[in-house]
Design a protein around this ligand. Sequence first.
Ligand code: ZN
Length: 248
Amino acid sequence: MSNYAYRDIERKIVLYSSQAIKEDRNETFYCPNPKCKAKLYICAIEGSKSAYFRATKPMYKHILNCPFGTSSSEFDKNKFDESEFVFNNAIDGLLVVTGNPKKEKKIDGHSIGEPRAHPLRTIKQIYSMCKSMPANLKYGDKEIGEMLLDDRSEYRYPRGCFGKKIIEAAVKGKLYDNKKKEIYLVAPMYSQKYSFILSFFDEITYKTIRSEIYNNRDKIIVVAGEWKSSGIYNITRIYGRKQVAIGK
Ligand SMILES: [Zn+2]
């Protein structure tokens, strides 16, 4: 499911599901991922005005790990307050130490009154938003391509990945080094142009994230960091579990 798709196989003419008209319901659209052969159709969400693109024909499903075929690409804009979203602040909120998962208490989220839209907070929310529209569009204070390094935005990172960014990564070859407490990834997913090093200082956080990535090593790995780059190698400190998510 995705919130945008293309009318043409060259992927030049974009259509947002929010702007689709009745006539578009009979049309075939192309997945935003040029590597993907999916044919998409506009579908309405039951009981809602929103619509989305779905690969409804069994012959033309999304390819394995297509970022536009997973639930990560479902993003409901209306649930969040875009005007309050400042990307760097959101990343700062992720670069924090998290405690031992076994000892952490569940916080009771129940509160009185109407739920109010708040800005995006979690890495999954930010990643979903980034995949829900083309990389040259702006959300909050930045363009998508400035927030997320993926195959769509790679051209904007000719010298590597610097500063506060989210990456759409994959596992390739050696995954970790226990002595150094490092995890190794490549990104973007298809071009795999850059190598990424996640550097840990805390053993529990290292082991927790190492197993999470290892158990999902065939999937999309999303990482938020404050990156330093030597060109080919890009490194970030991992403070806690909020910095890593599995795209599925
Ligand atoms: Zn696809």
